[in-house]
Ligand binder design. Structure first.
Ligand code: ADP
Ligand code: MG
Length: 597
């Protein structure tokens, strides 16, 4: 008996859907891209329960005929390409003809659509790939697609969806990727009947302002323009002034109207800032590339955002030079105001002039053999050191069964303070303790203990502080607000885009509140912490880092002793919770070797 048979379309579609549609955000991307391809100038996204209950996209685009509306949900049905040749000159967002077929395989879909030339529109209902009804209807020109109960027939997938807040953040991030590059299209985002974003038509800069600007000071004032036109590529956009670098930068690349990730080009941007940024801070940027579509390959996996360029090394050079030129020009203006903490290394005035002079024609000075990674040995040597640190480090005792680290009580030792390190003799040699990291470990343990107990000490602020947040930050804050209360924050939503803070953890310095909260949000977002206990740890860590004594501060003898005592009482003290070395030893042998003994 023959055993091979073709799968029914509904099953094949469901399998394909597994790849294309992973979460409500992928649905949003596909539907909004379709609206853009249909020439819409006004697009509304309306979600309920972060798209779990429903996700609706309404556009004023071309609409579809009765037959096309039906065809659109078939697999490999597309109006955008006709032959393989067309793949090399794509100017539309979609082309695979997979999205609608995939969506209708795993949800209940209702479409209302009408073309301008038609008197009546058509209403089509499909559930799990089965057409349930199609009938004429009255509706405006354009397309209105509602996707209900996503994954209703794939319970495993539905279960895998994260909390509503996380999914809503994913939706907003996907939305940002699109709206930032289509400023000439009007967008609205509504979640559970609340308008979260309303974006009028404008320039790219106005769109960035509308998305990320909050309150009184213009967000886009933090940026300088970049622009270059070469035969290979045109680049334009905005890069953050060095002193506005922060821990939570917005970094976006777009190519031909499409968001992309590109770690190699990211490296080019960072290289342009070399020497201008303090350690952990990063610049924000919004960079738009325009390139002949034949020189890029977007025909990769539908959910991937990486794009291959034919001549990446040359583009790297052009991008680097362009960003550097703009930063150079900016350096010449005298109105610099570095009122932030931390050292920012700026080129000397004489070098600045040189810089800007040599970058007036950025696009002609590239070296095709240049390999950025072989030159930026700053990062590689750091990696090298870390690699060896593991093997060089003498074993420090970890628990009580091992011999104690110190021959005498810590209260009998006076720690020597040197550049943020506490130095004390120990059984193995000279012990070096990074003071800030040591205190971070101690505080982290205190904060996690408070969280376990359910209440941390709080200090009331004389005047509540109102802090503005972006929509996705608001969503994240709502998720973690209970946990922030547990560590001592007293906070209430104040308006659609702000929180009022009336109390903080007792250890926190009042002027650091906005920074500390932003750092917490950033750490959670960066590490993708999703479960409650995960983000509680992140809150504790972020707070500990922000409130720990800085390395520059000199301590009294008692303070230094107390810190060491607290540190060595911890169950683990060698590394901070995020893996940074706290304690290091120069062994007696190493010291002897230095003296050829
Ligand atoms: P693709 O976008 O890759 O062509 P889709 O499955 O996303 O595949 O859509 C199939 C087809 O349905 C599109 O090629 C387009 O002709 C039509 N279509 C989808 N959405 C819309 C819309 N909002 N307005 C007009 N036509 C649409
Ligand atoms: Mg599409």
């Amino acid at each position: 008996m023959d055993i091979i048979h073709l799968l029914p379309d509904s099953v094949a579609n469901q399998i394909a859907a597994g790849e294309v549609i992973q979460r409500p955000a992928s649905c949003l991307k596909e539907l909004v891209e379709n609206s853009l391809d249909a020439g819409a100038t006004n697009i509304q996204v309306i979600v309920r329960d972060a798209g779990r209950t429903s996700l609706q996209v309404i556009d004023n685009g071309s609409g579809m005929s009765e037959t096309d509306a039906r065809m659109a949900f078939e697999r490999h049905a597309t109006s955008k390409i006709a032959s393989a040749q067309d793949l090399f000159a794509l100017r539309t967002m979609g082309f695979r003809g997979e999205a609608l077929a995939s969506i209708c395989a795993v949800a209940q879909v209702e479409v209302l659509t009408r073309r301008e030339t038609d008197e009546v529109g058509t209403r089509l209902c499909i559930s799990g790939s089965h057409v349930e009804s199609q009938e004429p209807c009255q509706c405006p020109v354009g397309t209105n697609i509602k996707v209900k109960n996503l994954f209703f027939n794939v319970p495993v997938r539905r279960k895998f969806l994260k909390t509503d807040q996380t999914e809503l953040r994913n939706l907003l991030n996907e939305f940002y990727h699109i709206v930032l590059v289509y400023p000439h299209v009007q967008f609205t985002f509504v979640s559970n009947d609340e308008i979260i974003l309303e974006l009028p038509i404008g320039t790219e800069k106005q769109r960035i302002e509308a998305v990320f600007g909050k309150g009184n000071k213009p967000y886009t004032a933090q940026f300088v323009d970049i622009k270059t036109d070469t035969e290979i590529i045109s680049i334009r956009g905005f890069v953050g002034k060095p002193e506005t670098a922060n821990k939570n930068p917005q970094q976006y690349f777009f190519v031909n109207g499409r968001y992309m990730r590109h770690p190699y080009f990211h490296k080019a941007v960072l290289t342009a800032y070399a020497g201008m940024l303090p350690g952990e801070l990063n610049p924000s940027y919004f960079i738009y590339f325009d390139i002949n579509p034949e020189l890029i390959d977007v025909n990769i996996h539908p959910t991937k955002t990486e794009i291959k360029f034919q001549d990446e090394q040359t583009i790297f050079q052009i991008l680097l030079a362009t960003v550097k030129e703009s930063l150079g020009k900016f350096n010449l203006t005298p109105s610099l105001d570095f009122n932030r903490e931390g050292e920012i290394e700026m080129p000397l005035p004489s070098q600045r002039t040189d810089n800007s002079a040599s970058f007036t024609t950025p696009h002609v000075v590239f070296d095709p053999n240049y390999n950025p990674f072989s030159r930026t040995n700053k990062t590689s040597s750091k990696g090298w050191e870390q690699l060896y640190a593991e093997t060089r480090e003498p074993q420090l005792p970890v628990n009580e069964e091992e011999p104690a680290l110190f021959d005498m009580a810590l209260t009998d030792i006076t720690p020597y303070q040197y550049k943020g390190y506490l130095i004390v003799p120990c059984r193995l040699g000279l012990l070096l303790v990074n003071q800030h990291r040591a205190h971070t470990c101690v505080l982290y343990n205190q904060y996690t203990a408070q969280i376990d107990l359910g209440k941390g000490a709080s200090q009331q602020l004389l005047f509540p502080e109102v802090i503005d947040f972006t929509p996705d930050e608001m969503v994240l804050l709502q998720t973690i607000s209970e946990d922030l209360r547990v560590v001592g924050f007293e906070l209430d939503q104040f308006s659609q885009n702000s929180y009022s803070i009336s109390g903080t953890p007792a250890t926190l310095n009042a002027q650091d509140i906005p920074n500390t909260i932003h750092n917490i949000l950033h750490l959670i977002r960066e590490t993708g912490a999703n479960a409650k206990d995960e983000w509680r740890k992140k809150i504790a860590l972020s707070l500990a880092k922000d409130t720990a004594i800085p390395n520059g501060k000199s301590l009294t003898k008692e303070e230094a002793q107390k810190l060491l005592e607290q540190l060595f009482e911890l169950p683990s003290y060698r590394r901070t919770p995020d893996g940074q070395t706290v304690v290091s030893v120069i062994t007696d042998d190493e010291i002897k070797r230095k003296f050829d003994i």
